[in-house]
Every structure is written in structure tokens, then in C-alpha cells.
Design a protein around this ligand. Structure first.
Ligand SMILES: Nc1ncnc2c1ncn2[C@@H]1O[C@H](COP(=O)(O)OP(=O)(O)OP(=O)(O)O)[C@@H](O)[C@H]1O
Ligand SMILES: [Mg+2]
Length: 253
């Protein structure tokens, strides 16, 4: 079985999707067979990788949760040779109620991946901005977690809650789960805040050497549904994501 990496932070807008996308595309460009699973009902990543967001429900992750199996029609090809996507669906918000009451409610995603996980070297999970049943499913299924952290006071407050949830999941449901590290996003090394945050977070978890700066090119690339590698190959954000991809590969293989 390969590596299953969940990109998780319950805080909204910290660059989870941007990170998940550029990690997945970067891995595929390094010849790693990669599956991207979009777990966010906003479907931003689905829109960028598959250029559309509406798919028949049976070919989305919703049905994987319902039927506890990933079938071939859920795995969509992309313009990248080694990258495949399971799209999200707005209906996954309904799972919050139905799975909360189910005895295997936290295990649906991991169970659905049991057969397909062998076929990929990497599976990347893009989580929604909440500590919902969907996010718990991602952490139960994952081997590793990467936590994008926007440099701000509020992101420090949120991380303790997330680390508590991770620790509970490790104890009760998934002893394999490892924290790969925090990834600073919207990073400006000149600020005192960045230095303070670095010291505070390092007391809790490791931090990626790659730091993702802020650039308008990110929004522009998303707008035209292209990756940064393709839209702005020389941009500092693109270079930072390439560095992060290599850190992941060297850290795991
Ligand atoms: N390095 C960056 N520089 C500038 N803008 C960025 C950067 N990274 C992400 N963004 C922009 O910030 C917004 C939030 O990014 P993204 O959607 O990746 O975050 P998210 O954590 O997935 O959000 P959500 O919690 O809603 O799922 C997007 O509009 C994106 O284009
Ligand atoms: Mg997102």
C-alpha cells in the first residue's frame, strides 16, 4: 500500500486545496501514480482538475461513502498521465447526519479505499474546513497528515483543537497516522509574527522547510483552472510547492 496523505485544518482559507492540488500534481509529475480525493462539498479542486464540478452521483465520493467501495467509474482521468481524481459532490453534506448515527460511520472512507489503495503510490485527501465526520473519515483512512498553517494568531488557537482530535484518532481508530508537519502558507519571513509562530508551532509539531509565500498568481491560476506549475512556473509560490513535494518524497521513500 502507498501513502495516504490528508491535508487538514478545520480553519477555512488556509490553502488546503491549493496545497493538496500542487502536492498531487507535483507527485504525478515526478512519475508517482497519484489519486486525488476531493472531500470538500465546495468542489474547488474537482473544478480545477476536471474542469467541471457536476458529475452523476454514482461517480463521486458520495457513493464511495454510501456503498463502502470505490468503483472504476468514480476514478476520473486528468490531463496529467499519473493523476486521477475522485470528485466531490454537494450531497456529501448529508453524510454528516447519516454517518453520525452509523456504527461504522468513521470508517467508511478507509473501507472504501481498501482495494484501490494498492493501485496508487500516493493518495491525497483534500478536507473541508471543519472537524466533521468527513474529516474524521479522512484521518482514519490516512497514513500521514499535513497541516497548512496561515501565519496568524487565530491559526495558533485552532491547532490545539486539531492536535487533540488527531491524538484521539491515533489512540482509538488509526495508530498508523503520523503528522508529517505543518506547512506555513501566506508566509512573509520578514514579519515578527512569522518568527513567533515558527517557535510556537515547533514546540508541538515539525514544520516543512518549504514555506509558501503569498502571490496573486495563485488566484489567477485558479481562475483559469490551471496549476501554478503550468501558469506561473517561475513564481516563488510555484518553486516553494516544488520544494515541498520533494520534501514529501524524500521524507517518505
Ligand atoms: N500562496 C497564496 N497566495 C495568495 N493567495 C493564495 C495562496 N494560497 C491560496 N490562496 C488563495 O486563498 C484562497 C483560499 O485558498 P484555498 O482554497 O486553497 O484554501 P482552503 O484552506 O482550501 O479553503 P477552504 O477552507 O474554504 O477549503 C483561495 O482564493 C486561493 O486562491
Ligand atoms: Mg479547500
Amino acid at each position: 500500500m502507498g501513502f495516504i496523505i490528508s491535508i487538514t485544518n478545520q480553519k477555512g482559507g488556509v490553502a488546503k486545496t491549493t496545497t493538496a492540488l500542487h502536492l498531487a500534481i507535483g507527485l504525478s509529475e515526478n512519475h508517482k501514480k497519484t489519486l486525488f480525493i476531493d472531500l470538500d462539498p465546495q468542489r474547488n479542486a474537482t473544478g480545477i482538475l476536471l474542469k467541471q464540478t457536476d458529475f452523476p452521483i454514482d461517480s463521486t465520493v458520495y457513493t464511495a461513502f454510501q456503498k463502502k467501495i470505490i468503483t472504476g467509474d468514480m476514478v476520473h482521468t486528468t490531463t496529467y498521465d499519473n493523476l486521477f481524481v475522485i470528485p466531490s459532490s454537494i450531497q456529501i453534506v448529508e453524510l454528516e447526519n447519516s454517518l453520525s448515527g452509523a456504527i461504522d460511520g468513521f470508517f467508511r472512507l478507509s473501507e472504501s479505499m481498501r482495494d484501490i489503495a494498492k493501485e496508487f503510490q500516493y493518495i491525497i485527501l483534500d478536507c473541508p474546513p471543519s472537524l466533521s465526520v468527513i474529516t474524521v473519515n479522512a484521518l482514519v483512512a490516512a497514513t500521514h497528515i499535513i497541516i497548512p498553517l496561515q501565519v496568524s494568531k487565530f491559526s495558533i488557537d485552532g491547532i490545539n483543537g486539531l492536535l487533540d482530535v488527531i491524538s484521539t484518532i491515533q489512540k482509538r481508530y488509526n495508530a498508523k497516522l503520523k503528522i508529517m508537519g505543518g506547512l506555513f502558507t501566506f508566509y512573509d519571513e520578514r514579519t515578527t509574527m512569522a518568527k513567533m509562530m515558527n517557535d510556537m508551532i515547533l514546540k508541538k509539531i515539525s514544520i516543512f522547510k518549504a514555506k509558501i509565500p503569498r502571490s496573486v498568481s495563485v488566484e489567477e491560476a485558479h481562475m483559469v483552472k490551471r496549476s501554478l506549475y503550468d501558469y506561473a512556473p517561475k513564481n516563488k509560490v510555484t518553486q516553494a510547492y516544488s520544494k515541498m513535494v520533494m520534501e514529501v518524497i524524500h521524507g517518505l521513500e
